[in-house]
Unconditional design. Structure first.
Length: 423
């Protein structure tokens, strides 16, 4: 009998990993002469990979304290739909990708039904909400982590955890040439390009992009008009999860604020855009940009892996920030800094996130001088750490997604064997 696998993801990066994992599971099962059914929560690209969608992730993916409160009825309705599907179909195993607020509640339901849970991409319990460690210990069979410092964090607390590597570290560098990228987006190859990456959600774009544009205007006045440098062009990648209306809203925002600057909105180019080396999205923008201003999140990992010098920025609602200050206790916000164990890239968070501060920190990264070279060397070391296997582990030649699939199928086999022996 073919197994049934529940897979759930709630954000753009997690949905991308989810789609890749479904494809890899199908491939490894086919090599064994087997098939499987997949259902759960995700995006259009997970659906295209073979997931039967019970709930669309955009129905529950909101951020911040005030935002969650406002959308709580809808979120709870979608959660009940997911929970009922689990009770009705009783999958053989569940893979939950990040998104802890919903997924820990689902993990509890799976535990009640005796269904093993694999949690892929750890929530940041090492930063805050450490009490949730007990939920992991109680409800999660295996924690598969993508940052090297997370494995010892969990193992020291008696939790089965494996560093599988970061999926983005397995992607090749974009092969699209500077000329092709310029032709796609109406850019001048002779000008310097600077990336503006405000985040994958519309709320993030609204919170981060206006100040980024103000910084771009100030930079052009300070760096170009006063110091005689040619005016740069600015690239704003848009996530494939944005709706057409949201894309239009982003374009209207840029048109309203940009003054005379060239600011180009760059689309991912479809569901597979982030993975394709020929795609013209965020990875290509980072690959060809001289430097970037990046909202804290997955894009900072992409920038580090590509080796693009950058400044990290972020802003949330005042209430969300006040709550976070009470509970978040980490020396750094940017993942590159956490991995390096020191301040590799500048962090401009909340009140420090101003156009003036951005210009101050990004100007030294534009010319090919010591500050730019030093950051690129540090980012190279971060990339090596994300591609490495744990100390003492044998090289296996697998990608991160392949490792997750191997572990998932091993746990699936163990669970089905246990059911057979106990029946």
């Amino acid at each position: 009998m073919s197994p049934t696998i529940f897979i759930s993801a709630g954000e753009a990066s997690g949905e991308h990993y989810g789609a890749l994992l479904i494809e890899e599971l199908k491939k490894q099962l086919a090599a064994r002469g087997q098939t499987a059914g997949f259902f759960g929560m995700g995006s259009a690209r997970m659906e295209q990979a073979g997931l039967e969608l019970v709930t669309r992730s955009e129905s529950v993916a909101v951020m911040g304290v005030t935002e969650i409160v406002r959308h709580l009825p809808r979120i709870y309705s979608e959660f009940r739909k997911l929970r009922q599907s689990i009770r009705d179909r009783k999958p053989d195993i569940a893979v939950l990708i990040d998104f802890p607020d919903i997924h820990f509640k689902l993990a509890e339901e799976f535990h009640r039904l005796g269904i093993p849970v694999i949690f892929f991409v750890s929530p940041q319990l090492w930063a805050w909400k450490k009490h949730r460690i007990e939920l992991v210990r109680k409800y999660v069979r295996r924690m598969l982590v993508i940052f090297p410092f997370e494995e010892p964090f969990y193992r020291e607390r008696g939790i089965a955890a494996d560093f599988v590597g970061h999926p983005l570290a397995d992607l090749p560098l974009p092969t699209i040439s500077r000329e092709q990228f310029a032709a796609q987006n109406g850019l001048d190859t002779q000008r310097t390009w600077i990336g503006l990456l405000p985040g994958s959600r519309m709320k993030e774009i609204e919170a981060n992009l206006p100040e980024m544009i103000r910084a771009a205007i100030l930079l052009c006045h300070d760096y170009c008009l006063e110091q005689g440098h040619p005016e740069p062009q600015f690239l704003v990648p848009l996530a494939p999860t944005l709706t057409d209306a949201q894309r239009r809203g982003a374009q209207e925002m840029v048109d309203r604020l940009r003054e005379n600057l060239t600011i180009c909105l760059v689309n991912e180019g479809g569901a597979e855009g982030a993975a394709s080396p020929n795609a013209g999205g965020a990875r290509a923008a980072l690959h060809h940009a001289c430097a970037s201003i990046v909202a804290s999140g997955t894009a900072t990992v992409e920038a580090a892996l590509i080796g693009n010098p950058f400044v990290v920025v972020y802003r949330v609602s005042p209430i969300t920030y006040a709550v976070a200050k009470l509970f978040v206790h980490v020396p750094h916000v940017a993942m590159a800094n956490l991995i390096a164990g020191k301040r590799v890239v500048p962090e401009l968070i909340q009140h420090d996130f101003t156009a003036q501060n951005i210009v101050k920190h990004i100007k030294p990264l534009l010319p090919d001088g010591p500050e730019r070279q030093s950051m690129m060397q540090e980012l190279s070391a971060v990339g090596i750490a994300l591609r490495s296997r744990p100390a003492g582990a044998e090289p296996d030649g697998l990608t991160a997604i392949e490792r997750v699939a191997v572990i998932t199928l091993a746990e699936l086999d163990a669970a089905r064997l246990s059911v057979t022996l106990n029946s």
